[in-house]
Design a protein around this ligand. Structure first.
Ligand SMILES: Cc1cc2nc3c(=O)[nH]c(=O)nc-3n(C[C@H](O)[C@H](O)[C@H](O)COP(=O)(O)OP(=O)(O)OC[C@H]3O[C@@H](n4cnc5c(N)ncnc54)[C@H](O)[C@@H]3O)c2cc1C
Length: 251
C-alpha cells in the first residue's frame, strides 16, 4: 500500500495553453477549482460532488483511478477527451481515458503502475457541460451523469461531439451511437431529439436503490435535451422532454 498524500510533486496542478494536468495528490477541492477557472459553467456540477470533508481529503485522480461507474469526474473527463498518465518507477505512459476502463472495476493499469496524473484538454470555444442526477443536491452518489463536449462551426454544425456517461453501464463510457447522430449535423432541436432517442436505448442500465433502469435511460436522454435548451438560454418545458418515445414503446 502506498500513501501519496505527502509527496509534494503529486500536489501539482499544471496549466499549458492546451492542457490542465492534475497530479495524483490534488484534492477534489483544488482540482475542481482549477477546472472551473477554465470551465466556469462546471461550478454547479462540482458543488454536487460529495461533501466538503470528502472534497478536501479525497483526490480527483483517486476518483478516476478507482473507476467506479458512478464516479462523477469521468463523464465530464470522457467528454473532454482526457488522458491518464500511468507511472511505474520512472517510466510513464499516456493513455486515453476512454481506453482506461476495461470492465467493472477493472482498468488498464499494469502491475506496479499507478495513475500519476490526469491531462485535461482545455477546449476553448467548444460547448462543454456536465449534469448529475441524484436524490440529494450533494453528498449523494449519481443515479446517472452526462458530460457533453461539442465543437461547432460558425454555422452551428457539430464538427465533433463527445458524450461521457456515468451510471449507465459497468464502466464510465462514451456514447458512440448517440455521438454518431450528432456529428456533422446542425445543433438544433430536431438533431438533439433524434440523438436523445438513440441515447434512450444505447445502454442497458441496472435498477438499484438509486434509480430504476427505466428512470436512468429516460433521464439521461432528457439531460441531452435539457443541455440544448440551457445552452440557448431557454428554460425547459417538461413537455419537450416527453416528446421522446417512452421506453416501453420501444419494444
Ligand atoms: C461520503 C462519501 C461521499 C462520496 N461522494 C461522491 C460523489 O458524490 N461523487 C463521486 O464521484 N465520488 C464520491 N465519493 C467517492 C470518493 O470521493 C472518490 O472516489 C475519491 O475521490 C477517491 O478518494 P481517495 O483519493 O481517498 O482514493 P482512495 O479511496 O484512497 O482510493 C480509491 C481506490 O483507487 C485507488 N487509487 C487511488 N489513487 C490512485 C492512483 N493515483 N493510482 C492508482 N490507484 C489509485 C486505490 O488503490 C483504491 O483502490 C464519495 C465518497 C465518500 C466517502
Amino acid at each position: 500500500m502506498l500513501y501519496l498524500g505527502d509527496v509534494d510533486a503529486f500536489r501539482a496542478i499544471e496549466t499549458s495553453d492546451e492542457l490542465l494536468t492534475i497530479h495524483a495528490g490534488v484534492t477534489h477541492t483544488d482540482a475542481w477549482a482549477a477546472l472551473e477557472k477554465h470551465y466556469p459553467q462546471l461550478q454547479s456540477y462540482a458543488q454536487r460532488f460529495a461533501s466538503p470533508p470528502v472534497r478536501n481529503s479525497g483526490t480527483f485522480v483517486g476518483n478516476v483511478a478507482n473507476g467506479s461507474p458512478i464516479g462523477d469526474a469521468m463523464p465530464l473527463l470522457l467528454a473532454l477527451d482526457a488522458r491518464v498518465v500511468l507511472q511505474c518507477g520512472d517510466d510513464q505512459r499516456v493513455l486515453a481515458l476512454d481506453a482506461f476502463y476495461l470492465a467493472y472495476r477493472k482498468t488498464a493499469l499494469a502491475s506496479g503502475e499507478f495513475v500519476r496524473a490526469v491531462q485535461i484538454p482545455l477546449l476553448r470555444r467548444w460547448h462543454v457541460a456536465a449534469y448529475k442526477l441524484s436524490k440529494r443536491f450533494d453528498q449523494d452518489i449519481s443515479a446517472c451523469a452526462l458530460g457533453v463536449a461539442l465543437r461547432l462551426d460558425a454555422q452551428g454544425k457539430i464538427e465533433v461531439a463527445r458524450l461521457g456517461v456515468g451510471g449507465m453501464a459497468g464502466i464510465p463510457s462514451r456514447a458512440p451511437n448517440t455521438e454518431a447522430l450528432l456529428n456533422g449535423r446542425t445543433w438544433n432541436a430536431e438533431t438533439v431529439a433524434n440523438a436523445a432517442q438513440a441515447l434512450l436505448t444505447e445502454f442497458t442500465p441496472l435498477s438499484d436503490m438509486r434509480a430504476s433502469a427505466h428512470y436512468r435511460a429516460q433521464a439521461l436522454a432528457n439531460l441531452l435535451v435539457r443541455d440544448f435548451h440551457l445552452a440557448r438560454g431557454e428554460t425547459l418545458d417538461l413537455a419537450q422532454t416527453r416528446q421522446l418515445a417512452p421506453l416501453g414503446a420501444q419494444s
